[in-house]
Design a protein. Sequence first.
Length: 453
Amino acid sequence: MAVSQQIVVVGAGEVGQHLARILSKGSHGVTVVDTDPQKLRLLNESMDVQALVGDGTRADVLTHAGVVKASLLVAVTNNDHVNMLACLLGRQLGAKRRILRVRDTRILEGYHHFYQDTLGYDIVLSTSELAAREVIETVKERHALEVETYCDGKIQLRRLRLPEGDLLGVPLKEMRLSGKIVMVGIQRSTDSSRPFIVPGGDDSLQTGDQIFVMGEANDLDAFEREVGEPSALKREVIIMGAGRIGRSVATKLSDIHGVSVKVIEHDAGRARALEQMGDGLLVLTGNATDLELLREEHIGKTDVFVATTKDDEDNLVACQIARVMGVGRTVAIVNKASYGGVYDLMGVDLAISPRLLCAKRILRFVRASSPQAVSILAEGKAEVLELEVQLKEPTRIEDLKLPVDAKIGARMRGDSVSVPGGGETLQSGDRVIVLALSNALDEVQAILTSEQT
């Protein structure tokens, strides 16, 4: 397979590693630059990338990495100044597009256009702001644990926790789902051999499963009302931690009608500073693992508990306590990507990794100009593709013989969007949204885009 893009990644931290891992599975040529030879050695051993030990703020190092002919330079080290200078040099050396990651966007306030013109980046991403936005969207959703949108917002993919009910144990082919929706994925933490399933007609749901369903928002709302618990019009949220993410989440949520917010922060100075930032914010000084404090605040009546500290163990323990005490939904910030699976096993509803969120957003940018993945699900176990169909003649979906680990969730023909069944027809020019496991990606693209029937 020919190399589609040459990409240089400056920084082999968690963001850079995740990017390199996903991009190296495709047809991209990826070079990773970092000053730490140990990190690069591990990258070389585990994936098909070029690794270059060096300083990403040096023109000779970037030239050696191939920036002169690169389609994209991604600067994602943990040092904002290094990333800024790498972007500036990348533009001067010839990189066609540049992505800048910053940890603290306050440096850009009031000077966004100046910095963009001077440094030459196409987009700037902040891990903390992305995480805060994800938490806020999760709180606004009444049942869904995760929401992605496609087809100009007309189609949604929602991840739902499946409650005990009539759907358990019923083969998918016998289910009568509300509206036109498609169940495209099942996440099953109890089965290490098949942790993520693209379900067929004979598959059935088990206790503890989380499901991925795709369709239009109204149909998905109807499905959630049918299978979910009743949702209150008002919601109470408790946030643990008043750091950068906690502050952002608290102040933005306090402006949403029907949402009441409490923040628990162990540092008295930080708690006072947050209390002065916004009206309607109740800030308590204490520890969110203090059982007496949680009882006094009636945590069992809380709809959402959000742990945002920099300590993964504290976040995990706090979410476990909140869950046992009756909180409706728990959300935790994951600072170490390796903890994501642990949070899932321990019953945390949503584990948000700021670094992986940043990597996912970069992947969308990388693949925006080609028929490639637009979402990465379940820590890379599955991907969602948006493809333009190229077929010699109109063909029914069931006759395409797609691999069992892939499923079409939506079709866009002109301005019309639908959730097609197997008997419906695809034709050249259609755009489709497909969920697939990594082992099926190449076959899916070959079937749908190589003009074969």
